[in-house]
Design a protein around this ligand. Structure first.
Ligand SMILES: C[S@@+](CC[C@H](N)C(=O)[O-])C[C@H]1O[C@@H](n2cnc3c(N)ncnc32)[C@H](O)[C@@H]1O
Length: 408
């Protein structure tokens, strides 16, 4: 192999860690405590947690590739998380070949082809994979190998397929290429990927390489949702402008503040790809949810993905449902998207649709993007929610209001 070969630089450590693996139980221990390179770390790596959160918000299907399977941590997690997927796996180090029989035994037919080989030249045809995961791989690669491996990923992904790039950001002897996520993003974009967020990317369809210019209306959102949902086959539009883990944290905090309970009837206005519908189910056990969005792509996706909830295609400023139908109305990352008349209309509708003592929650996005045509300071949103009739309070990132029985 040339000098630039993709070989782990701490093979001695890896060998001693592998020598200690004599049973699948030892291996499981490695997986869950992720005894990284045999150094005895007993916490879930920050990077692994990020990976799990990122993919957790996706719906992975079809055939995937685990690039650099190592001890098999991510491989096993992905196989356990998603039913019905098949994962191929490769690693450059022959030492990890010792694990292959264990991995086969544990993963059965969820493990496809597994082999020891060089990620710069993967012997599979173009467009083989629906998704590719790499955890703790790219920071190990010398410059030239890095670009070759990225190009291989691009070649191997089906158009619309997703690539996860999770790197250990700690500087270290074996981490020759630790770069900030926004640089990674620029580099991946330079070879044709589109960012879903800073760690997840997708290979666009040819025709999708052109961003449609923003024009307010369902057509633009349909196009954007099509890109986003095809890219990951999961609820991801919102995370294009930030970190899914951070959204999950903020939205959970916000919903806690709204006192969500499983017996509430909840209206999710501008539900998009249903990020909140998933979160309400997972964190609050709340499934009596109705989602409304004017994008038919988003609504079709939601109907397939969250069969327990009700979805309608329609405008949030004219909701064809009776007065006092809901206990909670959610306007998450919505108001900044709305022209002024629609914005006023949606606040009026929220008031009409809530039962007495029902609660409205409005966390407005603050990022400067073309589609954010109505960026307002939180104090202004609070004033508008109050004007719509609510008794309200302002938190650090959102406004919460109560519909009092006799008006505010
Ligand atoms: C950033 S997404 C927010 C998605 C979701 N609320 C969340 O928190 O994940 C904004 C959504 O508002 C929808 N939207 C914008 N104007 C709308 C309108 N007048 N009626 C219905 N939906 C609208 C868009 O289609 C898009 O899905």
């Amino acid at each position: 192999m040339p000098d630039d070969a993709v070989v782990p630089s701490d093979d001695a450590d890896t060998a001693s860690a592998l020598a200690a693996i004599n049973s699948p139980l030892d291996l499981l221990h490695k997986w869950w405590l992720h005894d990284h390179h045999g150094k005895g770390t007993t916490v879930l790596y920050h990077r692994d947690a990020k990976m799990q959160l990122a993919w957790n918000n996706a719906i992975l299907r079809g055939r995937g590739l685990e690039l650099g399977f190592g001890f098999g941590t991510s491989l096993w997690w992905l196989a356990s998380r998603f039913a019905g997927i098949t994962i191929d796996a490769l690693d450059v180090s022959p030492l990890f070949g010792k694990l292959i029989p264990y991995l086969r035994g544990l993963m059965g037919d969820r493990l496809g082809d597994i082999w020891i080989g060089d990620a710069r030249a993967i012997g599979k045809p173009d467009s083989t994979y629906d998704w590719i995961n790499s955890s703790s791989v790219f920071e190990h690669l010398p410059e030239e190998s890095y670009w070759s491996v990225l190009r291989e990923c691009y070649r191997l992904l089906k158009p619309g397929g997703a690539l996860g790039v999770f790197v250990d950001q700690a500087p270290g002897r074996e981490h020759g290429r630790v770069v900030l996520p926004d640089q990674t993003q620029r580099e991946l974009e330079s070879i044709g990927f589109k960012a879903i967020h800073e760690r997840l990317f997708f290979k666009p369809q040819e025709a999708e390489n052109q961003e449609p210019p923003f024009a307010y209306g369902p057509a633009w959102y349909d196009q954007t949702w099509r890109d986003s949902l095809r890219g990951l086959n999961g609820p991801y539009l919102k995370q294009q402008t930030g970190d899914p883990a951070e959204y999950w944290r903020r939205d959970t905090e916000c919903l806690n503040d709204a006192g969500i309970s499983p017996d509430h009837d909840i209206l999710d206005l501008g539900c998009g790809g249903g990020f909140l519908v998933g979160l309400l189910d997972k964190e609050f056990g709340a499934r009596r949810v109705t989602g409304i969005d004017f994008s038919c792509e988003a609504i079709d996706f939601c109907k397939r993905t969250y069969p327990w909830a009700t979805f309608r295609e329609g405008d949030v400023s004219a909701v064809p449902l009776p007065d006092a139908s809901f206990d909670r109305v959610l306007l998450f990352d919505l108001t900044e998207h709305l022209p002024p008349a629609v914005y006023e209309g949606v606040l009026r509708e929220a008031y009409r649709l809530l039962r007495p003592f029902g609660v409205i929650v409005v966390p407005p996005g603050q990022t400067d993007l073309p589609q954010h045509l109505n960026l307002l300071p939180l104090a202004r949103v609070e004033e508008d929610v109050r004007k719509a009739g609510f008794v309200c309070a302002q938190r650090s990132d959102w406004v919460i209001g109560i519909r009092m029985p006799l008006g505010g």
